[in-house]
Ligand binder design. Sequence first.
Ligand SMILES: Cc1ncc(COP(=O)(O)OP(=O)(O)O)c(N)n1
Ligand SMILES: Cc1ncsc1CCOP(=O)(O)O
Ligand SMILES: [Mg+2]
Length: 205
Amino acid sequence: MSQLYLISPPAIGGDFPDLLAAALDGGAVSAFQLRLKDVDEAAVCRAVEVLLPVTQARDVAFLLNDRVDLAVRLGCDGVHLGQEDLPQGGVARARAMAGGLSLGVTCHDSRHLAMEAAELGADYVAFGAFFPTATKAARTRAPIEIVEWWSSVMEVPCVAIGGIVPANCGALVSAGADFLAVVGAVWAHEAGPGAGVAAMLRAMA
Ligand SMILES: Cc1ncc(COP(=O)(O)OP(=O)(O)O)c(N)n1
Ligand SMILES: Cc1ncsc1CCOP(=O)(O)O
Ligand SMILES: [Mg+2]
């Protein structure tokens, strides 16, 4: 059984706290990642301040994308780092900086990067993109077999990301993905984010 990992749109408006509440009230979301792109640090801090209470009230873990220093300073539950977001010293240094926070690391389609990240203390590894996505110009396409392999040989959880929607998520659930991370499937759902979460959870069940 996979769990749902919700990621914010790359840009958010003033109504986003209400949209996030609606999404989280649509069903059991295990983790939320704030992933803002092209905004300054002050805007990220303000967003964390207003969104953290929304997730805390619903017992959903709050991870910040890209910035381990800010995640620690702002009291987030975790941080997600890409290979280009790692500090000097790589995953080992990120692990030390993150302390008790949950640490996730992007591993694209690489078994090597994933084994290295797990060895150096990542709490989860992320593979993707599995399907075409409009959210990001993803640098790699990952085969579903990498999830099958990872879940059969490793204990550290894995996250699948990239173009995941209700119609295609079954193969990743069957392959043993611990978490499915989605953006568009929820925020672009025609009936709103709560319906997007509910539709994902129905398809994952
Ligand atoms: C759960 C999860 N997996 C992968 C990513 C991608 O991270 P990264 O490669 O650093 O790319 P950006 O998201 O920063 O554009 C992620 N954010 N979350
Ligand atoms: C952040 C990220 N990293 C790889 S694909 C992706 C975007 C995922 O968004 P969507 O679920 O809309 O395809
Ligand atoms: Mg990043």
